[in-house]
Design a protein around this ligand. Structure first.
Ligand code: HPA
Length: 276
């Protein structure tokens, strides 16, 4: 059997030794957004380190655990912390948690991240509904033998971010009066932030936000037929749009400021998604 698939099944078996909880939705929490996990009525928590083979983050602020529980009346699994390609993990390890959530039963995937604002009208603290992504600079997680058990060799990516889920999020934001930008997210590998010239180039390509995650997870999830949606927390104007140097600390601090709105938006949206 393919090594990537074998590892995935081993992780699923480890989780199944601990819980038979079947999530309907999976939520991936990005930098500084971990607070959301408090909304969940927890049934089972598993630190990533206790699942043999599961990638464990080396970045501060990304401490990882799988949290299974109820978000209102929706069974969810929440991935508190994720690993990034720049940490040196293979891209198949980076997307393992999302695939695992799919294997455990999650139909919906809600991705969140902290991102730099490439669109000059965005401000630090804005939330952006991801309408589409640019994957040209991200490693493709489907390279290698196709995992036929999960999906087809050449999956369609013409509507990665589910239009109905986008609508739910838009309506929820309106209902709760949470200002919501919309745009295209572009993933680079990082870990260095962009140069001002990088950011001008990305803007010309049609990006509104730039970050170091999310796109690979969205591709892996679509490959297996999950319905995907995502929100970026714009933690800073991207390099060159202000004359302030960028720092991981600033990213986390700003993400913390937006956390309350994001938490409300994610929670209320997931509760509505269950009727789709
Ligand atoms: N660039 C890339 N990734 C990021 C940024 C940024 O400016 N802010 C938060 N994540």
């Amino acid at each position: 059997m393919n090594g990537v698939y074998e590892k995935l099944l081993r992780c699923r078996d480890r989780v199944r030794e601990r819980t038979d909880f079947t999530p309907r939705a999976a939520v991936v929490l990005g930098s500084g957004l971990g607070d959301f996990a408090r909304e969940i009525q927890v049934e089972c928590e598993i630190p990533y380190g206790e699942i043999e083979g599961f990638p464990v983050s080396t970045v501060q602020g990304h401490a990882g655990r799988l949290i299974f529980g109820m978000l209102s009346d929706v069974p969810v699994v929440c991935m508190k912390g994720r690993v990034h390609f720049y940490e040196g993990y293979s891209v198949s390890d980076v997307v393992l948690p999302v695939r695992l959530a799919g294997l455990l039963g999650a139909e919906f995937l809600f991705l969140t991240n902290a991102a730099g604002g490439v669109n000059p009208s965005f401000h630090g603290g804005d939330l952006m509904l991801i309408r589409d992504h640019i994957a040209l600079f991200a490693p493709n997680p489907l390279i290698g033998p196709n995992l036929d058990e999960l999906g087809t060799r050449f999956p369609d990516m013409s509507a990665v971010y589910d239009p109905m889920l986008q609508d739910v999020i838009r309506k929820t934001a309106e209902q709760y009066r949470i200002p919501l930008q919309e745009g295209v997210y572009l993933q680079l590998t990082g870990p260095s932030f962009e140069s001002p010239a990088d950011v001008r180039a990305l803007r010309m390509l049609g990006a509104d936000a730039v970050g170091m995650s999310t796109v690979v997870e969205a591709i892996a999830a679509r490959h297996m037929g999950m319905r995907v949606c995502g929100i970026s927390c714009i933690s800073n104007p991207a390099a060159g749009l202000t004359n302030k140097p960028l720092s991981h600390e600033e990213v986390q601090e700003t993400a913390d400021l937006a956390a309350a709105d994001l938490k409300q938006l994610v929670t209320a949206s997931i509760v509505k998604m269950k009727d789709l």
